[in-house]
Design a protein around this ligand. Structure first.
Ligand code: MD3
Ligand code: FE
Length: 218
């Protein structure tokens, strides 16, 4: 096995990058939280509300496995997209949002000028080799004045940052273990996606990439 099959553990840690007016990339910001995040995912969230492959309104199975924690969970099915109080798989509430998740999301938002971000939903995306997310907008939330915070864990991915219309050419940004993105205001409705994940191994997540997306749904 060659060395470069293993991912670097954080790249340009401590740097912050700005795209457009309000897309902030905080390199390695989540690194101090990693052990607690993995613990909460493994012991609390995944056992209560397992990862599953949801169906798109068009009838396709997503290549990304998903679950949620918090007061609301994002769902896609044949009937469309929505935020739901109950997990359809268990007919129970989604797992509580761990305090450390809230602390991390609020710290990242505060650092980038969003003072009072209180997410009520955290979508957990798990990418295996080949999983991708096509270019889309996040617009199922009631209050578009709230930012979104996303945390990347494990294998690096290529993020596509498009414009406010689908036709605008997207720029590619490498996202690594521990990176946190915060976006809002003028950039809240930008198109974005993830290129098919390349096969690799990471010491923390093994053969996958995990993304946490914190949103204010209500
Ligand atoms: C949007 N997830 O679940 S979030 C999603 O890595 C989703 O799993 C991706 O898009 C993932 O809806 C990416 C990261 C992100 C970062 C910057 C953005 C989304 C953005 C800037 C503008 C608009
Ligand atoms: Fe999105």
């Amino acid at each position: 096995m060659t060395l470069d099959m293993f991912e670097q553990d954080g790249v340009n840690v401590g740097q912050s990058e700005l795209y457009g007016q309000d897309v902030h990339l905080l390199r390695g910001f989540a690194l101090p939280y990693i052990d607690d995040i993995i613990m909460a995912l493994t012991l609390q969230i995944k056992p209560q509300s397992p990862l599953r492959y949801m169906t798109t309104p068009g009838g396709y199975s997503m290549s990304v496995a998903m679950t949620n924690c918090g007061q609301r969970g994002w769902l896609t099915s044949r009937s469309g997209y929505c935020y739901a109080v109950l997990d359809p798989l268990t007919q129970k509430h989604w797992p509580d949002m761990p305090a450390i998740f809230m602390t991390l999301a609020q710290a990242a938002a505060y650092r980038t000028g969003f003072d009072d971000f209180i997410p009520d939903s955290c979508l957990i995306n798990e990418y295996q080799a080949g999983s991708k997310m096509s270019l889309h907008q996040d617009k199922d939330e009631a209050d578009l004045s709230a930012p979104i915070v996303s945390v990347s864990l494990g294998i690096s991915a290529t993020f596509l940052l498009g414009g406010l219309v689908r036709e605008e050419k997207a720029v590619r940004i490498a996202l690594h273990h521990g990176d946190v993105m915060v976006w809002g205001r003028a950039d809240r409705l930008r198109f974005h996606g993830i290129l098919p994940l390349k096969s690799a191994l990471h010491s923390v997540t093994k053969d996958c990439r995990i993304n946490l997306t914190f949103r204010k749904a209500l």
